[in-house]
Design a protein around this ligand. Structure first.
Ligand SMILES: Cc1cc2nc3c(=O)[nH]c(=O)nc-3n(C[C@H](O)[C@H](O)[C@H](O)COP(=O)(O)OP(=O)(O)OC[C@H]3O[C@@H](n4cnc5c(N)ncnc54)[C@H](O)[C@@H]3O)c2cc1C
Length: 333
């Protein structure tokens, strides 16, 4: 069976690992290495951390053919990039989501999504006197905690809700707030950054915050221009319980799949398990299995040695969650 995987993040890597021994697998990705995204923020204060979170494809995949070009078009049997045209029996789309910056002027405003770019920013951050983090969700908290713990910059966080990481239990948000405030960060709740004048950022309530370097950690966008099958109102690809899209030979996993749940590496990995199983089941004419979404453990790092683990209503704070996150990072690559 010929399988084309589009996107080499968590879902793509794990699908390739599971399928490459039995099938002909081609993986398209924009990078020539796998990047462990949940630890990208570590590069802000330690550019050498890249060695721990980036692994060349050849070290991870033995038989998969990797094409480092973005896919530009996809039919039910063919994936095309600038220089390649791959015919497949089944394809898996797992290109993730993007984190667009909703400001007209994006000078010195960055998302924390591309390790290479973040590495280049480490010396800039070390010199910055005023830093702003926009968004106090999971990513904003991890980014802010890293900066608060390791730099002397005057740090401000702006979050539109009344608590940090509001989709988690209050205890988790309160612990993060205490950690950040102990490290002299200022948190502005209930406001949104909507505009800027040079280095002054302005919220919807008129608060002005000066910043030399700003990290945008607010909002996500589903964007798969090459996919012609069904998408939902927000742009996520519609899938059935087996993670098949409306194009019968195309499965979809990871953040871009239209499944109502937290967009996490853990869920992307679990999608890969279901998709790999279902492709093998189709090849062997066996029954496919369904994907079931449920609350899972979430590990959030606060600097090097503190963290939060949350599952459902339960929360554990302190050093153990930080160690757990380091262990998962070590194991996942
Ligand atoms: C700073 C940060 C911290 C995070 N922390 C955590 C955490 O602690 N725990 C957790 O579980 N999750 C965390 N996440 C979320 C987690 O990283 C994502 O849920 C996960 O990476 C999604 O995996 P994926 O396989 O869907 O796609 P991704 O990992 O996003 O990978 C998609 C890949 O597709 C490639 N691609 C895109 N378009 C194309 C194309 N046209 N052709 C070919 N390739 C393409 C991209 O280059 C990329 O390599 C964090 C994310 C960020 C940004």
């Amino acid at each position: 069976m010929r399988v084309a995987i589009i996107g080499g993040g968590f879902c793509g890597l794990h699908c390739a690992k599971k399928l490459e021994s039995k099938h002909t697998v081609t993986l398209f990705d924009t990078k020539d290495y796998f990047e462990y995204t949940p630890s990208i923020h570590k590069l802000l204060t330690n550019a050498d951390y890249a060695q721990k979170i980036q692994r060349p494809w050849a070290e991870l995949l033995k038989k998969t053919t990797v094409i480092t070009e973005p896919v530009q078009s996809l039919t039910n049997s063919r994936a095309t990039s600038q220089n390649h045209n791959v015919v497949f029996d089944y394809a898996i789309v797992c290109t993730g989501i993007s984190y667009p910056i909703f400001l007209k002027d994006t000078t010195d405003v960055y998302t924390v999504t591309n390790g290479h770019q973040i590495q280049q920013l480490a010396p800039v951050l070390a010199q910055a006197k005023k830093v702003l983090v926009i968004g106090g969700g999971l990513i904003g908290v991890e980014v802010a905690a890293e900066i608060a713990e390791s730099t002397q910059a005057k740090l401000t966080i702006v979050h539109p809700r009344d608590k940090l990481m509001e989709r988690n239990p209050s205890k988790a948000g309160n612990y993060a707030k205490d950690f950040l405030e102990k490290h002299h960060a200022r948190i502005i709740f209930g406001e949104k950054v909507v505009d800027r004048e040079k280095n002054t950022f302005i919220t919807d309530k008129g608060t002005k915050i000066e910043s030399d370097l700003t990290f945008w950690c607010a909002g996500i966008k589903a964007d798969v221009p090459f996919f012609s099958g069904d998408k939902d109102k927000k742009g996520y690809i519609v899938v059935n319980e087996f993670l098949q899209s409306s194009l019968p030979n195309v499965f979809v996993g990871g953040d871009i799949a239209g499944v109502q749940e937290e967009k996490t590496a853990q869920n992307a990995h679990l999608h890969a398990d279901v998709i790999a199983h279902n492709l093998l089941a189709l090849a062997e004419q066996k029954q496919m299995k369904s994907y079931t979404s449920k609350p899972r453990i979430m590990a959030i790092s606060l600097g090097d040695w503190r963290g939060i683990c949350a599952k459902g209503g339960r929360v554990l704070n302190g050093i153990l969650p930080a160690l757990l996150k380091k262990f998962v990072e070590f194991k996942e690559k």
